[in-house]
Ligand binder design. Structure first.
Ligand code: NAG
Ligand code: NAG
Ligand code: NAG
Ligand code: NAG
Ligand code: NAG
Ligand code: NAG
Length: 634
């Protein structure tokens, strides 16, 4: 199994690639564009927000004479986040012209949750999530590919041109991430051919040096494919790079690449005349950056697609020696600590105690797998560490904590229906991604409200996917031996250990009911109207067509909203039916939620109710080994 996982990861992680060799003369200097394909909740609301971010970006560029701007619009639930980046050698007017050209093309993306476009002069991107500012490779649909556009004229002396430009581009690749603003513009005389070659490169503002370097490596590789043509432009979400034998910036606008490569201060021409003190500060800053990059490069030796290997000591320090005050939560898998890393980034560190032999290897394989999972509704794995019997996972830190706090915990009653609906929708999309969109099918097996974390925006991120098999094995109470939680686990899995992705559909149905009712699935109150578990209670109300009674009384809903909630309750009941085969798949659930219609031709059947005493305790052998991993293309 472990071998299979490694194989799949190796086989399937290279991104696709699109190339256009012929420039479309209509397209001016368009390198390419990509329209997202995932649906939003309401296209009208999304478009309104998109229009307003475009307007705001334009105002910023114009009024503040900027070459980079960000804007966001969050009204009515369909948030839009956008950014524009112009090349540093341009004037504001040139930047505006490029921005306007981008917008008129982007308006052509009439559905979908995001898009990006790049011209030689600027790049524009918008998404319905904020994470891409710092991590440009977070993409929902995963279909964005690097864009390349090559000229159609070959150099007169191809061999010499190729050699010269290759060396030049490799210097640019190395220098760009080392500059303080991730930007270079430079010229070089290609010997014995009179050609002067102009090159510029720019990483997305807000990203870190590692991502910039990775993107520049790709840029270098791909631009080489354009040679011996006299022009080439590359864009990927992390960076832009371009070479040409015709000038596209002034010679007084160049960066001193040689000095950057030697480790000296980068000289941006506009500030070249600045006093010596500034140079000194730059030098100190640069050596600090270089020191950090040296430390990072040591760290990155064992990098898996963005997840970084950390020293145990480093994480020990970052969590104040795993102190009690730093504990964010405790779960079936171990404790979670708040940690402040060297670079002042706040992260969460999950500490797992694993004792069985072979756990390390399994863990590494699992880390490889889950570090490739990028989706805005799935908690990102940032790094990991292994030390003796401790396995540490470095994860995104979610300041708002878990969903259960907002349902029946300290923050009870603070989420309105719109926010709750977005949470339901987000969880559904995250699960659909795990089941169907990622190249390996991952069954979570432990979906519950305390595993759903909320970001600043109250958007949900699912935690703990891919970890089910690392539950501690030799606890005295045997019921922890199966991966699942009372009240959330599908009957066929709880009773017979039968596992499929429909196990998650079931748990998701339970979570919907918890979100709507503000009630814990296993809570019963003998002195009130609900003497049954939440699911049974809801079903009984549904049979009497009074299921809106289950709605949390802290939600003040109007009639229209009540009708909407009633439909969502029906979707939840559809998800919790048995046998598993009649439950919808998660992509089907996403569709139903979107369309606000639930049953269609389907007939709801009574769920199977499982009591704690019915529950089979031992599942299979001593340890759950049945995590479902299968290559979806047979
Ligand atoms: C190259 O492209 C330009 C337009 O960008 C066009 O005018 C020209 O004819 C093309 N040349 C060849 C050889 O295809
Ligand atoms: C957004 O702007 C475009 C172009 O100005 C316009 O055609 C469209 O109707 C606008 N959409 C909304 C929802 O405001
Ligand atoms: C807009 O999209 C349509 C089809 O999707 C395409 O035919 C058309 O050329 C596009 N227009 C622009 C300006 O890109
Ligand atoms: C290079 O330029 C010189 C004069 O500037 C000219 O004599 C020579 O022919 C040129 N060589 C090529 C290969 O274009
Ligand atoms: C891009 O900027 C250059 C100046 O560097 C300008 O001459 C050119 O017209 C611009 N292209 C577009 C499409 O705006
Ligand atoms: C660069 O040169 C152009 C003309 O070649 C000039 O207009 C411009 O002011 C110069 N810029 C700087 C910063 O020296």
């Amino acid at each position: 199994m472990a071998v299979l996982v490694v194989f799949l990861v190796l086989l399937l992680t290279k991104p696709g690639f699109s190339q256009s060799n012929n420039r479309d003369s209509d397209a001016n200097d368009l390198i390419g564009m990509f329209c997202g394909r995932n649906a939003v909740i309401s296209q009208t609301n999304f478009d309104k927000n998109r229009n307003s971010t475009f307007n705001e970006l334009r105002v910023q560029l114009l009024n503040q004479r900027l070459l980079y701007a960000r804007a966001q619009a969050l009204s009515a639930g369909d948030s839009v986040f956008a950014a524009v980046q112009c090349r540093n050698y341009l004037s504001t007017d040139q930047c505006m012209a490029c921005f306007d050209a981008s917008v008129s093309k982007l308006l052509n993306c009439t559905s979908g949750n995001g898009a990006y476009i790049s011209f030689d002069n600027c790049s524009v991107r918008y998404e319905d999530f904020v994470d891409f500012y710092n991590n440009p490779y977070v993409m929902e649909d995963g279909n964005g590919t690097p864009l390349l556009s090559c000229g159609n004229q070959s150099a007169s002396q191809p061999t010499i041109f190729n050699q010269g430009v290759d060396g030049f581009l490799s210097d640019i690749r190395d220098a760009t991430p080392k500059t303080s603003n991730f930007y270079v513009a430079s010229t070089r005389q290609i010997t014995s051919d009179n050609a002067t070659v102009y090159v510029t490169a720019q990483c997305a503002q807000g990203i870190n040096q590692g991502i910039c370097q990775t993107c520049m490596n790709t840029a270098y590789d791909k631009l080489n494919d354009c040679l011996p043509n006299t022009k080439g432009s590359f864009f990927d979400m992390g960076c832009f790079a371009r070479y040409s034998d015709t000038p596209f910036f002034n010679v007084n606008q160049t960066t001193d690449v040689t000095n950057v490569l030697k480790g000296h201060s980068s000289k941006v021409p506009i500030i070249a005349a600045a006093v010596g003190g500034v140079v000194l500060i730059c030098l100190i800053l640069l050596s600090w950056l270089l020191y950090r990059s040296w430390k990072k490069s040591k760290k990155n030796e064992q990098e898996f697609e963005g997840a970084v290997h950390y020293n145990y000591k480093e994480l020990q320090e970052a969590t104040n020696n795993f102190s009690e005050e730093n504990i964010l939560g405790r779960g079936g898998f171990g404790e979670v600590f708040k940690a402040v890393l060297d670079d002042n980034n706040v992260v969460a560190v999950k500490k797992l105690l694993v004792q069985h032999a072979g756990a390390k290897e399994e863990f590494e394989n699992e880390v490889k797998l889950i570090s490739n999972v990028h989706h805005r509704n799935l908690l990102r794995l940032l790094g990991w560490s292994i030390e003796e019997s401790y396995l540490l996972l470095v994860l995104e830190y979610m300041p708002n904590g878990s969903l259960d706090r907002f349902l029946w915990g300290t923050k009870r009653g603070t989420l309105n229906w719109n926010q709750r609906y977005e949470i339901i929708f987000g969880i559904a999309r995250g699960l659909a991604h795990l089941h169907e969109e990622f190249h390996v099918k991952i069954v979570h097996r432990d979906i519950k409200s305390s595993n759903i974390l909320l970001n600043d925006d109250f958007k949900p991120k699912i935690a703990d996917f891919g970890l089910a098999r690392f539950q501690p094995e030799d606890q005295t109470h045997v019921s922890t031996k199966f991966a699942g939680t009372l009240g959330y686990t599908a009957p066929e899995y709880a009773l017979h250990g039968v596992l499929s992705e429909k196990v998650d559909t079931y748990s998701f149905g339970i979570v919907i009911l918890e979100i709507i009712s503000g009630r814990k699935s296993t809570e019963v109150k003998s002195d009130s109207e609900y003497t049954d578990y939440l699911l049974e209670n809801t079903w009984k109300l549904y049979e009497k067509k009074t299921h809106i009674k289950v709605i949390d009384e802290t939600l003040n809903l109007n009639r229209y909203e009540e009708e909407h909630v009633a439909k969502i309750i029906e979707i939840a009941l559809l998800c919790t039916q048995s046998p598993a085969s009649i439950r919808p798949t998660m992509p089907e659930v996403v569709l139903m939620l979107q369309e606000g219609q639930s049953l269609g031709k389907r007939q709801l059947t009574r769920p199977t109710f499982v009591n704690n005493k019915d529950r089979r305790i031992y599942i299979g052998s001593s340890r759950p080994k049945d995590i479902q991993l299968s290559n979806k293309e047979p």
